[in-house]
Design a protein around this ligand. Structure first.
Ligand code: AMP
Ligand code: MG
Length: 496
């Protein structure tokens, strides 16, 4: 593939573009043009994602692509648009929202849609400026790729470009644009939008579009009396259960699980005030704007179900049978605990499937209780446990507990359970399940401070470890260390 520009200054990336979302019709979006950023520069780039997309890595060093992904130049074949959606925010119906700063360019041959987040005003910007700041763009960039590295379903991030153009939040900051990708950016809120407005024809168009493209198995089965929309609800519930189980197991707190931030594909989307737990505190609230603790870490599964109820309500005109809609919510309820236990078993190196035991749940619960009591660092605990099992020596795990007696008793029970299954805990599985590296708040903060001086080495180094977080990366040991004391005082809010 070659990269050329034509006479109008359009950039031809040699990629094939499809624009299926734009074919839904103008009730679904408004055509917009990304707004330019002055003198953009590269902040972070994922070469591995570029490869996956079929872009030669050197394209990510080109001035032309830098300009295009900063909104300064059109990419041939794209049809930029902002989509409309609504949603419930913090439990309250918020009415119309929409892509206020994310602009969908189109869909590449690889089946990925590409959005520029922070590319300027759209009709859905409401009172805001259509921009994103450097700090939040770096956080989203790194976390998207970190989640992918952890095997957690997420939108992806190709790059961040920055500019010295000022953006005003609590203080003056600078602008950035994140290029993010997903097979679809449709949210629960898209369905809510048409349903609440009584636009049932559009609701059906949207549901059929999502089913045809992403959930073809929902048609033709006899699971939900042949009702494809009930089957869709159930399938979304199952994927959402997967995502939540994974979040809970790894200690990830999203922070703003509003229905407009819930992907219809069960992808982690819209990274704002997220946090990976440092010390294990089940009730931890990572979003400084969340005064009620609605999105506390341990409430997230329940909130996901609440959000699925809103989706069910929105789909009701299509499902047309309340009993069936309620039945289609069951898979989340039954799947979540099973998926969570499976993930926790893997973290413990215990077998799943038929070898799972009834009292594994109580083994997991008692461990989590101990971790909470002693506020043990969640990531370090699991990594040390994995090495402890590999080496047959729990001493470094034991050190994490102020009063190790409780841990000793638990270890005894854990190893007895192992003996019951012929003495073998699967240390290899544990080391591939319990990451050495997660994007802790303070790590992101340090990379951001450095990036503000136009030094992007911190972003690059973090990306390196987060892409393969189960590898040892001995040269970056400091990224796996305990958080410093000042990490507790970092306040991350919805401001972005
Ligand atoms: P969020 O809390 O980031 O999920 O955003 C909620 C809604 O506000 C979405 O419709 C966003 O597009 C919109 N929004 C957030 N920040 C901005 C901004 N700076 N400019 C325009 N719209 C925004
Ligand atoms: Mg959002």
């Amino acid at each position: 593939m070659t990269m050329t520009t034509d006479h109008q200054g359009e950039l031809d990336l040699g990629l094939r573009w499809r624009n299926s979302f734009s074919q839904l019709g103008e009730d679904f979006y408004t055509r917009v043009t990304p707004r330019p950023l002055r003198a953009p520069y590269w902040v972070g780039r994922s070469r591995s994602l570029a490869r996956e997309l079929g872009l030669e890595p050197h394209w990510l060093a080109s001035q032309e692509l830098l300009e295009a992904l900063s909104g300064n130049r059109r990419i041939a074949g794209t049809e930029p648009l902002a989509s409309v959606y609504s949603g419930h925010q913090f439990g309250v119906w918020a009415g119309q929202l929409g892509d206020g700063r994310a602009i969908l360019l189109g869909e590449t041959g690889a089946g990925m849609e590409l959005q520029l987040k922070g590319a300027g005003l759209t009709p859905y910007s409401r009172m805001a400026d259509g921009r994103a700041v450097l700090r939040s763009s770096i956080r989203e960039f790194l976390c998207s790729e970190a989640m992918h590295g952890l095997g957690i379903a997420s939108t992806r991030a190709l790059c961040v470009t920055g500019s010295d153009d000022p953006v005003y939040r609590e203080t003056e900051e600078t602008a950035a644009v994140l290029t993010r990708l997903a097979p679809s950016f449709v949210r629960f809120g898209h369905f809510e939008h048409f349903s609440y407005a009584g636009q049932h024809q559009q609701l059906k168009t949207l549901a059929d579009y999502v089913i045809d493209r992403h959930y073809p198995d929902c048609r033709g089965g006899d699971h939900y009396a042949g009702n494809a929309y009930a089957a869709l609800l159930a399938a979304v519930g199952d994927r959402t259960a997967d995502m939540l189980a994974h979040w809970q197991a790894v200690g990830f707190c999203h922070g703003v699980m509003n229905t407009d931030n819930m992907s219809i594909l069960g992808l982690t989307i819209d990274y704002g005030p997220f946090q990976f737990l440092d010390a294990y505190q089940p009730g931890h609230v990572c979003n400084h704007s969340d005064n009620q603790g609605r999105y506390a870490f341990d409430r997230q599964p329940q909130v996901a179900l609440w959000n699925l109820f809103r989706l069910a309500q929105s789909l009701l005109p299509l499902i047309d049978d309340q009993e069936l809609a309620l039945k289609a919510l069951e898979p989340f309820k039954t799947a979540f605990p099973v998926k969570f236990d499976d993930r926790m078993r893997a973290k413990l190196g215990l077998p799943g499937g038929t070898a799972a035991q009834e009292d594994d749940r109580s083994l997991i619960d008692s461990l989590l209780h101990l971790l909470a009591q002693a506020r043990v660092d969640y990531t370090i605990f699991w990594r040390r446990l994995s090495h402890g099992v590999a080496d047959g020596n729990p001493e470094r795990v034991r050190e994490l507990f102020v009063d190790p007696a409780g841990f000793d008793a638990w270890w005894q029970r854990y190893t007895t359970r192992a003996c019951a299954m012929s003495g073998k805990l699967d240390a290899k599985l544990m080391l591939q399940t319990n990451p050495k590296f997660v994007l802790r708040n303070h790590l992101a903060e340090l990379a951001i401070r450095q990036a503000r001086t136009r030094d992007f080495a911190g972003v690059e180094n973090l990306l390196t470890v987060l892409e393969t977080p189960f590898d040892e990366h001995p040269e970056f040991e400091e990224f796996a260390a305990f958080p410093p004391d000042w990490a507790h005082s970092i306040e991350i809010s919805c401001s972005s």
